[in-house]
Design a protein around this ligand. Sequence first.
Ligand code: FO1
Ligand code: CA
Length: 326
Amino acid sequence: MGGARFLQGLLHGIAAGTLPGVAPDAHVTVVANNADDWWIHGLKVCPDLDTVMYTLGDGIDLERGWGRREETWSAKEELAAYGVEPTWFGLGDRDIATHLVRTQMLDAGYPLSQVTQALCKRWLEPTYGDRLRLLPMTDDRVETHVAVADADSASGKRVVHFQEYWVRLRAEVPAEQVVFVGLDQSSPAPGVLDAITGADLVVLPPSNPVVSVGTILGVPGLRDAVRATDAKVVGLSPIVGDSHVRGMAEQMLTSIGVEISAAGVGLNYGARAAGGVLDGWLVDERDAAQVARLEAAGIRSAAVPLMMTDHDATAAMAAAAIDLVR
Ligand code: FO1
Ligand code: CA
């Protein structure tokens, strides 16, 4: 959701011509996490791809931040009447159409990247033409699973799918370990590496550093492409003060031993000069005291307001990020 919201502001800034050095007809390629995906009720659901697609296509439910606007829930109620589990994950009637199209195309043998392109013909092409592309990080099946404590199990642990951890457990129990099933064997989807190596600028949006950006960077070859590109790489902190702006990243950061702060996340990505991925890292004005630590580690840093309150505020964040590494 943070990534989608940021993209909305970025595209707004591009169209308005308020981003330094960025032409109004600039091309944007979004590489999205697709390890939150799962199969449910026989359907392949890709929450992050859909959140980006619906948000940028103006079909998102703004209050929930996921799923379709003006949604109805008849299918969900009928499934519950059959007693079919899980009842804690809701597919809306309109949303289901997306999953039906996707599942049918996957069954027919199309890779997820082509399926996504077909879905985006409806949502993105009318507004953006070929200036906006949405790519899954990989066409391979990768799934994020989370180990949580379970007194009833012999090992003392239970591993649940990311959606069960996030939605049913609300990320309220400690994540003892995050396991990306299939990630090491995956490869980047067509177009992903070329987009990174051919870019004029690479931006890491204020998204979850462990289960969104971290997962994407974990696709073999992807981190190397970010390290090798001639483009500058700039990120925006999803952590403001001591908490994640939207979402529940704290538990996930603790599970990989990263300090919960803007600097902690930036230092974990690391300076490109020191084997990491960042040239620049933007933090919120309230975290201005952390700028020196980042700069000392070789990451250019500045503190500006990082609250995505509206498109203009978000576009101003994008402009500041670009300015930082220009
Ligand atoms: N989030 C919820 O909190 N409850 C849901 O029932 C739920 C259903 C759902 C269906 C489709 C979809 O694309 C997303 C959905 N989400 C739901 C959001 C989503 O699971 C998470 O917010 C993301 O995976 C985290 O990035
Ligand atoms: Ca996600």
